[in-house]
Every structure is written in C-alpha cells, then in structure tokens.
Design a protein around this ligand. Structure first.
Ligand code: SF4
Length: 193
C-alpha cells in the first residue's frame, strides 16, 4: 500500500458517509421507521370501476382476484389507525362505491359526521384536481384561512372553505362543474350532525 493509498483509506474511515458518495445514502429501515409519519394514505380499495377512462393508471374494470374481504379490510384499517392516527385516509379505486361493504368500512373508521364530511371534501377536491400532491397544500391553506380545524370542524368554517375551494376550481373547471361540486360538498356538511 502506498502512502497515498494510506491517506485515502484514512479519509474514508473518517469522512461521513454522505461525503464518501456522490449521493447521500437512503435511511436504513430502522431510521426510516423512526422518522416516518404518514400524513396522507391513499388506498385503492378495489380495481372494479364502471368507467373506462383512457388515462386510467390501473386499467380498472373488474375486481382483482384476491381483493380483501370486509374483515381483512377492517384489519388493514386498524393497522392504518395504529401507524398513522392523524393521517388523512383517502379511499380510492377503481370506484370504491362499487364495494358493497363501503358503508361498513367507513363506519368502522370514522365516528364523527363533520370530521367524515371534512375528509370527503378533501378527498373530493383532490380527486377533482387530479393531483393529490399538489391539491393537498391548496386544501390545507384554504382550510386554515377559513378557520377549519380538521379534528373539530364547524359547519360555518367548512362552508367558508367550500366557497374558497370553489373559487379555485373556477380557474380550471366549467361553471357548471364548480356549481355541482359546491352543491355536493355543501350537502355533506349540512347533513352532518
Ligand atoms: S379508476 Fe378512475 S381513472 Fe380508472 S377507469 Fe375508473 S374512474 Fe377512470
């Protein structure tokens, strides 16, 4: 080993891992677990869908063999509640409404009608927007401005937020569609206890 080799070996032994490679190393499984706090979980409940959109990223049509039973899905919900108790859960698909047990799954997960309405509004806005990652900060910002506390929302604050979200949707949707969205979401809030 030359003197130069010795110096290089010493440098590698002392330098932090990030300095030794062009790219920082990914966290280990244990480090990842420690830092991981899910804030949004999107769950494709089924591959069934009554539409056939050309852009569909999962080619949804019929149920996938081995889709979860109600009991299995409820166990998954328990697991989600354990690892991400504050996370927003989006039930997606396919078309989740085609699962005959959807009411059971939703009732098992949400026990407050206004909180449930809030989750539906967020999921609905994200779905209409078409890009959850971009839509979520928009919803959060508008909810904050309207005074919506997602853990204890009030009807007044939610209705204010709905009008703010409608203003945003006016930028990229037809008046008719914006009105439909506002009416549908307002109905969820007004029906909540
Ligand atoms: S899952 Fe969504 S994108 Fe796919 S076919 Fe159904 S509605 Fe269209």
């Amino acid at each position: 080993m030359t003197q130069n080799d010795n110096q290089q070996a010493e440098w590698h032994a002392q330098a932090p891992v990030e300095e030794q490679t062009a790219h920082p190393r990914p966290p280990s499984r244990e480090e990842g677990k420690k830092d991981f706090v899910p804030y949004l979980i999107s769950w494709n409940l089924t591959q069934r869908c009554n539409l056939r959109c050309k852009h569909c990223y999962i080619n949804a049509s019929t149920a996938m063999p081995g889709e979860l039973s109600t009991d299995e899905a409820l166990r998954v919900l328990d697991g989600i509640a354990e690892v991400g108790p504050g996370a927003l859960l989006i039930l997606s698909g396919g078309e989740p409404l085609l699962r005959p047990d959807l009411d059971v799954l939703v009732a098992g997960d949400v026990d407050d009608a206004l909180v449930s309405a809030t989750d539906r509004i967020i999921a609905d806005f994200c779905k209409e927007f078409g890009d959850v990652e971009t839509a979520m900060p928009i919803v959060k910002h508008q909810f904050t401005k309207a005074g919506v506390d997602v853990k204890e929302p009030t009807k007044d604050a939610l209705l204010r937020a709905l009008h703010a979200l409608a203003e945003i949707e006016h930028g990229y949707k037809s008046d008719e569609r914006v009105s439909e969205n506002l009416t549908r979401r307002s109905g969820w809030v007004r029906k909540a206890n």
